[in-house]
Design a protein around this ligand. Structure first.
Ligand SMILES: NC(=O)c1ccc[n+]([C@@H]2O[C@H](COP(=O)([O-])OP(=O)(O)OC[C@H]3O[C@@H](n4cnc5c(N)ncnc54)[C@H](OP(=O)(O)O)[C@@H]3O)[C@@H](O)[C@H]2O)c1
Length: 200
């Protein structure tokens, strides 16, 4: 909903009909809000990846490998990872894979020409949904391909009041992925909701 007024969007799903329903609901919301979305279509995950220039992998960490193993056509695409490898024990904990981070695992699984960047790791889903509220947060972006990282930062900066910050190469992505368990622990132990971050 936040992206569709700005970019042509393909929603991917394991179930194309589910993606189409999501798009229809989004179009209804946009219409009620008097917004003009760009193209918004539902597709299978594979068709979404094949047709897109930029792919946002909004899937849980535990399903990353099984999902990526079934998909191809990532060559030369920008791939944005908001994925946090996280577990809930007595408290929330970042539990990265042997590669060092979810983003580095994605890099290992995808073709070498795919340009992986992290973004949106720390923006709570509940905040995305409150369309009348500004998203006034900082977004650290990691990546190894400078033009791809610039493009991802431009996308971030076009959404509400989000502000992108270069957080270094993909090797530093573990630090970004650790922020969300930190924010969740702060929320829990301080009786707060949907805690975010701002860099000044
Ligand atoms: N939720 C947040 O507040 C938040 C904030 C920052 C970052 N993130 C990160 O963003 C990613 C997505 O989070 P989310 O909360 O949106 O997750 P989610 O709602 O649990 O799942 C997102 C989508 O993943 C697909 N999926 C679920 N089970 C799957 C499976 N077994 N195999 C393949 N695909 C499956 C589903 O799509 P289909 O059923 O349509 O295939 C589902 O709609 C995560 O990696 C999370 O760490 C989340």
């Amino acid at each position: 909903m936040r992206l569709s007024p700005l970019y042509d969007i393909i929603v991917g799903s394991r179930d194309k009909e589910k993606a189409e329903t999501v798009c229809k609901c989004t179009l209804d919301v946009c219409e009620k809000r008097g917004e003009n979305p760009c193209t918004l279509v539902g597709a299978s995950n594979q068709d979404a990846v094949s047709c897109a220039d930029i792919v946002i992998l909004a899937i849980p960490f535990k399903h990353l490998v099984s999902t990526l193993e079934t998909l191809d056509c990532f060559e030369n695409k920008i791939v944005i990872s908001p994925v946090n490898p996280m577990e809930k024990r007595d408290f929330f904990l970042c539990v990265p894979p042997p590669e060092g981070s979810a983003a580095l695992l994605i890099k290992r699984l995808l073709p070498p020409t795919a340009k992986i960047c992290t973004a949106f790791n720390t923006i709570a889903a509940n905040r995305w949904k409150l369309l009348d509220e500004e998203l006034n947060y900082s977004v650290p972006v990691c990546g190894d391909d400078a033009p791809a990282k610039r493009q991802v930062m431009e996308i971030v900066n076009r959404i509400s009041k989000l502000q992108a910050f270069d957080a270094g190469p993909l090797a530093a992505s573990y630090q970004v992925e650790c922020l969300t368990p930190l924010l969740l622990n702060i929320a829990r132990y301080n009786k707060m909701k949907d805690v975010g971050i701002q860099f000044h």
